[in-house]
Structures are given as structure tokens and as C-alpha cells.
Design a protein around this ligand. Structure first.
Ligand SMILES: [Mn+2]
Length: 262
């Protein structure tokens, strides 16, 4: 059974952390004001800057506040979450407390009679072989179990170490090369084509790359549309344009909703 809704909002890459209070506040406002206007909300990963286990959130007033905002939203509309590369350790406890339903990556949904394939996006960045090897390891269930058994301060220091490792860190703004050649950290056409073929879809939505755009693409005779979700950052005006947006889908189709002007 495919999930079906008449309207939905999709967001990703908020990278919520106590050091970005304006961004966090916009998300809490989103839960209260914007999100209840649709039937379903999809969070496509990297909701948090990092997540070292649901038990760590018990001690974080910040994460508790975010949890309460989503829990309240979940009483009004259906909420779905799909793991990102930074918060893939969000587990059953947090999902249960927030009322979010976990989706696998990729997942296929239907909004206003159109089929969309959803994923976080990191699995599509297949030109970055080092990252894909890393991803293969950290997504192993036995390794995650082992990690979650470690004392919290160990887990935090490992997470900090990984975040500061430039080999796997995704900068806040990744710009494609000037000549239009895709950066190593962007998705590949081959990976997009493969996931859409496997899912029998031709409309793909993902985040992760922080390169929001609507693309019409093809590889051979396979054609598709691809929407990339924006990251959110209202706390670093010096680093460029403040950004917070969602993809809105209803009977009028898919379009970006700017949550700064809204
Ligand atoms: Mn990501």
C-alpha cells in the first residue's frame, strides 16, 4: 500500500542544534503554523546536526523542546521521517515520543495523484567513493548497537571527531564548479536513474546536497524530474543568504515555499 495524501510539505537538512536558535525557532513555528495546513509532513533527514542516541536527548532541553513541537504537530497531521547522514541513529524511542513514522530510504509516496520517490540524498552521491564506504560501515546494525552501548561522552567525542573530518563533512554551502561540472558531493545521474528505475518512478525528491533546485534530467531514454530541498540556516547571515524553505505539494503540483518571507 502506497501512502496517499492530498497535500504535503517536505523539509530536510535543518541541522538543528542549540547554537542555531533562530533556525530552531523557525522550525518550532513551522510545526505550529505552516505544517498543520497540509495532510502530511515529510522530514527527509538531517533534522538534527548530530544524534548520538535517543538516550542522549533525555538530557538535552533543546532536543526535548523540538520533540514536543513535533509531538504536538503529530496530533494534527501525519508526520514522517527518513534518516539523514547525521541523525541516522534516531531510534524507536524518539520516533514514538514524537509520533513520527519512519520511512525507509528510498520510499515511494503519492501526493495529489502524483508518485514521488523520496530519499535523504547521500546514497545518491556515488562519485564520493570514500563517503559511500563510510556510509556502508555506519549503517551496519551491529556497529550501531556497539556504538549505542558506549558511554555518552565517548559517543559525543566520536561524533565531534567525525563532524570535524573534512572527508565526510558537508559544508553549509556546496557550490558546483563554475563550468557546471558536478562536484564530488553532488548526486550522480546514474544513481538517480537507478533508484527511480528500481522504484518505478519518475519524480525524485531529496535533500542533503544543500543545492535546492528543480531539475529536468535524463540518462539515455530515462527521463525524470528532481527536486532538491534546501538546508535551513537563519543564524549565519554572514555566510550568505539566510534560508528556510519547504517543498509544498498539492493539486497545483510541487513548488518551493519560502519560510522566511512567509
Ligand atoms: Mn545530509
Amino acid at each position: 500500500m502506497i501512502l496517499q495524501y492530498a497535500s504535503a510539505l517536505l523539509i530536510s537538512d535543518l541541522h538543528l542544534t542549540p547554537s542555531m536558535p533562530l533556525t530552531a525557532q523557525r522550525f518550532i513555528d513551522f510545526c505550529e503554523k505552516d505544517a498543520p495546513k497540509v495532510e502530511a509532513v515529510f522530514i527527509l533527514g538531517d533534522l538534527f546536526e548530530y544524534w548520538v542516541g535517543d538516550d542522549a536527548s533525555f538530557h538535552s532541553p533543546f532536543q526535548q523542546e523540538v520533540k514536543r513541537a513535533i509531538a504536538t504537530l503529530s496530533t494534527k497531521v501525519k508526520t514522517y521521517y527518513l534518516h539523514g547522514n547525521r541523525d541516522f541513529l534516531i531510534g524507536a524511542h524518539f520516533l514514538n515520543k514524537t509520533g513520527m513514522t519512519l520511512l525507509s530510504d528510498p520510499s515511494k509516496i503519492m501526493i495529489a495523484d502524483n508518485v514521488y520517490v523520496l530519499c535523504h540524498g547521500d546514497s545518491l552521491c556515488t562519485a564520493d567513493i570514500g563517503y559511500q564506504v563510510f556510509r556502508g560501515w555506519v549503517r551496519k546494525a551491529w556497529l550501531q548497537k556497539l556504538f549505542l552501548k558506549m558511554p555518552l561522552n565517548w559517543r559525543r567525542s566520536i561524533a565531534n571527531h567525525l563532524r570535524s573530518n573534512s572527508g565526510i563533512q558537508y559544508q553549509r554551502s556546496i557550490k558546483p564548479n563554475a563550468d557546471g561540472v558536478r562536484a564530488k558531493t553532488d548526486v550522480t545521474l546514474a544513481a538517480c536513474a537507478a533508484v527511480l528505475r528500481e522504484q518505478a518512478g519518475n519524480q525524485l525528491i531529496h535533500g542533503h546536497t544543500h543545492l535546492p533546485a528543480h531539475h529536468q534530467e535524463n540518462l539515455g531514454d530515462q527521463e525524470w524530474q528532481r527536486w532538491v530541498l534546501s538546508d535551513w540556516d537563519l543564524d549565519h547571515p554572514e555566510s550568505g543568504r539566510p534560508r528556510a524553505s519547504a517543498l509544498m505539494i498539492d493539486q497545483d503540483g510541487a513548488r518551493y515555499a519560502d519560510l522566511i518571507k512567509a
